[in-house]
Design a protein. Sequence first.
Length: 460
Amino acid sequence: MSISGNSTSNVGEQGIGTVILFLSFGVLAACICKLILSQLLKNKVPAPFTVIVLILGLIIGIITAHINQMNNDFLLGEQELNGINPHLIFFIFLPLLIFDSAFNSRFHVIQPQIISAILLAGPGVFICTIIVALCAVYIFPYHWSWIDALMFGSILSATDPVAVVTLLHESGASKSLAALIDLESLLNDGSAFVIFSIFKDIVIKKATTTTSIIVEILKFTMGGPAFGLACGILAVFILNLLNNELEIEIISTFGLAYLIFYLADVELGVSAVLAMVVMGLYMAKHKYCISSRVQLPIASTWRIIIYFINILIFMITGIILAHSLVGTQKHVDAIDFGYSIVLYLALHIARLLAAVILHPFIKWSGVNLSWKEYIVLVWSGLRGSMAVILALMVDSEKVIDEMTRHRVLFHICMIALLTLTINGTSSKFVVRFLGLNHGMCTFIKEKKSYFIIHIIYVKF
């Protein structure tokens, strides 16, 4: 069930240059838009930077999709970027994004939330998958099979860790609630990807027997975390041997992220996402393996790199969204936009129902969430780049019916657009309205403390 394939990108030497030109323009344009909006809105209307980048990419994509002449390097770069192999996006961006969220987490804060997060990422994802599949079979007039519907539901069960982490840090939610949602978003990507891979393999006739399916599930769910734990132990041991080796320690963490992700997915065929999460969390627990003098620079380096990756991935997502919405018109009617709205509501109902069903077990695990915190939990289920990447993988499988592929891609893109723009921009207001923004003071204090520590570090 490895996602790697034999297909390669068709981007030539000139194409690479035009892609770099376009991305350079996009990054600078996004920063300018952020500055202008900050001055105009005076922070009265919260607009997360990722949403601004997404909308900018969406606008550029819609405009260029209607331009037939491609004799301009900028337009050629946008066209090449739109045709990028989804596996390439998966291998370039996901290892760093997943590892960063786990490695730079506060393990002492998330440790009490681990059981609750596993409940939400395990049975919770399964519940959401079933409800979305029911919606696809009984509400959508597409006559999808149950396997197609379950594959579709598994894609929409994966929340975006990049968008969720950014959202939580900007909204001022309490540390415990933010930790639970953050960890759940990490783990449910792994479980959703397992379910997605199973049903995709069934759809394309790779997995046909019950025995092979059970073996693959066990290999993914058990092998991924086991491999990640072993790699985490080895990484901590090796890093402990280094003493204030600034460049080596920083580069090693980046190299480990890519190496372990590749080995897990391609060589071993286990869940690379779960392997990265477990390895990152183990290293977060043993943060002392990083030399004390290196911890501040490594945190700064990761933060800047991830910030830049966020800009790139949401710009690419916006472009892909635009071309998907325009390119699927021959298979999509006006009423399908209405079905996307219904699906958007169904996703929130599914997440709420999962939270209600799992509430006794979450309470048993020692986590007592108020009804206000459950509202934030439900509202923070953003779908972003992860869901779009999985939808693009479906679209690249020519074995699947063309109309089914395009409709899956259309609805996934619409849900990503709706959750990122509606939920992403309103979550800060929801947190404040419910009186749960107690974490904002702590967040500001941490920023000030970081600034002071940085000055001391630079000076001495």
